[in-house]
Design a protein around this ligand. Structure first.
Ligand code: NAD
Length: 439
């Protein structure tokens, strides 16, 4: 099949490459010409495991191309996936749908024949009818330019795997058994045939699916972090507590990581956007617990700053602090709403000299936070440090022997906000180690 993928960021570039891997002929479209050039050279403009290999294989075979031309896109295929960004507005927690509507307005005039526009971007429920209206108004094909909803659940750092082998496939249509459904079933044929649960539903349910999933995942993280607060107050151990809870099949340990909380380009945004939309719809009481999840998440970042102050005698001015981690989670160079950088920024604002190390995200961090210092080598970053903070749990950091650091650090104090350092090993090497939610 031929198809386009409009918006080639973390979601779209991965989707385009994976659709080519499934045997389709794919044209990726992005308004950022630098990104288009990089993608056409067979490389991803960001770090995502396995993506470069797919991009180089399929751009070389000719099955995958990228462009900035909407007229080329409209003529290329009958099926158009949309994966442009949907950030929150700067003046409220409402989604800013400007990029989405712009993309539709640019594509629509070229849709002279029967076509399907399948939106993957995350949106507030109620957006699909607005997209359909816009298409009807601007596409020469009118009613024959159909809208489908295909929310995306991929996790950054597992994006290729999640796209090729998703947990489930959600397809939302205005009416069932439409041409849109036939086309999407054909596009995902290999995935459906491999036994992936496929839920065909209406637009509203498909739109809600992503926001609801991210709200649940955020709540699960905040639940265990709230338990960490109770552990801190009572002398219990949250990692063992999470293990005990996780063995209950109704609860499960997956996605229940106590620590510094969630960040990134999706969870915090989608949680806030979901709450805002529920408010607009008059369902405010239904999302009270989601507001709590946001508050718990913010408190974890403050807790680490408080612990750092406690360890350094209150006044951070002139103190040297090393931070391991800049990415919002391991396996990515994405620093959007990174908990590690939020803590780094707070400590810098309190007067500390902060040096950050991360295996992949330093280039992005340097651009956003020029006020911080950076070091590629995590051991060099810790030279003369008064305090070390472990804020993004790359395996890379947990593998460093604390004895190697002991001779160069200024003081042997570490705060493990992710609970993945070997506490015993660090203690034996002479360090004072404090972990969130652990005695
Ligand atoms: P991103 O910022 O990495 O990518 C968005 C891309 O869209 C950019 O490359 C931008 O240049 C391009 N773009 C913007 N306006 C355009 C236009 N009018 N025409 C063509 N291209 C345009 O964002 P992302 O992380 O890939 O997220 C995209 C959407 O997918 C969001 O709605 C997000 O919530 C959702 N999502 C993201 C993930 C994820 O893990 N990143 C997972 C599931 C869903």
């Amino acid at each position: 099949m031929k198809m386009t993928v409009i918006g080639c960021g973390y979601l779209g570039a991965t989707h385009a490459a994976c659709m080519a891997e499934l045997g389709h002929e794919v044209l990726g479209v992005d308004c950022d010409t630098d990104k288009v050039r990089t993608l056409n050279s067979g490389r991803a403009p960001f770090h995502e495991h396995g993506l470069d290999a797919l991009l180089s294989e399929h751009t070389a075979s000719g099955r995958l191309k990228f462009t900035s031309s909407y007229s080329e896109a409209a003529g290329f295929a009958d099926l158009h996936f949309i994966g442009v960004g949907t950030p929150l507005r700067s003046d409220s927690d409402a989604y800013d749908l400007t990029h989405l509507f712009d993309a539709i307005r640019c594509l629509a005039p070229g849709l002279t024949h029967r076509s399907v526009v399948a939106v993957k971007s995350t949106v507030p429920v109620g957006t699909a009818p607005r997209i359909a209206e816009l298409l009807r108004a601007h596409a020469p094909a009118g009613e024959f330019a159909e809208v489908a909803w295909n929310p995306e659940f991929l996790r950054e750092s597992f994006a290729v795997e999640d796209t090729l082998r998703p947990d489930r496939l959600v397809l939302g249509f205005r009416t069932s058994h439409s041409r849109a459904e036939a086309l999407l079933r054909q596009a995902f044929e290999k995935i459906i045939e491999s036994g992936t649960p496929t839920i065909v539903t209406d637009w509203a349910t498909a739109e809600l699916a992503k926001g609801a999933a991210n709200s649940y995942l955020s709540t699960k993280i905040s639940f265990v972090n709230a338990m960490a607060e109770v552990c801190e107050a009572s002398g219990a151990d949250v990692v063992q507590l999470a293990d005990i809870l996780g063995h209950d099949r109704r609860i499960g340990r997956h996605g229940m990581h106590p620590g510094l909380g969630f960040g990134g380009g999706c969870l915090p945004k989608d949680l806030a956007g979901f709450i805002h939309r529920a408010d607009e719809l008059g369902a405010r009481p239904a999302v009270g617990m989601l507001r709590e999840a946001e508050l718990v998440n913010a408190r974890r970042r403050r807790r680490v700053v408080d612990l750092a102050q406690e360890e350094l005698g209150g006044d951070l001015r002139g103190k040297r602090i090393t931070i391991w981690g800049a990415a919002f989670k391991p396996g990515t160079d994405d620093i959007r709403n990174s908990p590690a950088l939020a803590v780094a920024q707070s400590l810098h604002n309190l007067g500390a000299a902060v040096t950050v190390s991360d295996p992949k995200a330093l280039d992005n961090a340097r651009k956003l936070h020029p006020e911080l210092d950076y070091a590629d080598d995590p051991i060099a970053a810790a030279v003369d440090a008064d305090l070390l903070l472990h804020l993004t749990e790359w395996h890379h950091f947990a593998a460093i022997a604390p004895t190697r650091l002991a001779s160069c650090a200024g003081a042997l104090k570490v705060i493990d906000a992710r609970g993945t350092l070997d506490t015993e090993q660090w203690r034996e090497a002479g360090w004072i180690i404090r972990s969130l939610g652990r005695a």
